[in-house]
Design a protein around this ligand. Structure first.
Ligand SMILES: [Fe+2]
Ligand SMILES: [Fe+2]
Length: 151
């Protein structure tokens, strides 16, 4: 992972927290955990910002991306309140993150709007949010495709 040392530095408290460590046990796509997915998405955000030469608040970009899927449950478990996961998990991730960390408005909007355009009313308002939205879709698609190929 290209930006691991920068991510570890800026996101140390998040990565070390008990709840973030818990996400190692939740599957995101295929055999990828939510923890691993969040790291990969964060790395992709930084790569996109570099390649496209987009000026960003790097620390916010890292912290918002690390917490974007901080919903803290197994969304594959067959319980009715998980069924709307695609629509609801961004809000849940945001409230979990706000309960544990101090977030600026950029970071809050990143988490809240990362499923756009699925959630049409959760609009990305910062370039960091647009980068996260894009990075998440690239990484998620790759993980899902790899999961199918492995089957
Ligand atoms: Fe998500
Ligand atoms: Fe994600």
């Amino acid at each position: 992972m290209k930006h691991l040392s920068e991510i570890s530095r800026e996101g140390r408290d998040i990565l070390r927290s008990d709840d973030m460590q818990k996400t190692r046990g939740f599957v995101q796509h295929g055999s990828v955990s939510v923890y691993e997915h969040s790291l990969k998405v964060t790395d992709m955000c930084l790569t996109l910002a570099d390649v496209l030469r987009i000026r960003t608040d790097r620390r916010s970009l890292i912290r918002g991306a690390l917490l974007h899927d901080f919903f803290l449950y197994d969304w594959h478990a067959d319980e009715s309140w998980h069924r709307l996961h695609g629509y609801t998990h961004a809000s849940r991730a945001l409230s979990n993150a706000m309960a544990r960390f101090t977030l600026n408005r950029r970071e809050r909007n990143m988490i809240y709007s990362h499923m756009f355009p699925l959630n049409l009313t959760h609009i990305p308002r910062f370039r960091e949010s647009v980068l996260l939205c894009t990075a998440d879709k690239i990484v998620s698609t790759a993980e899902t495709v790899k999961g199918f190929i492995k089957k």
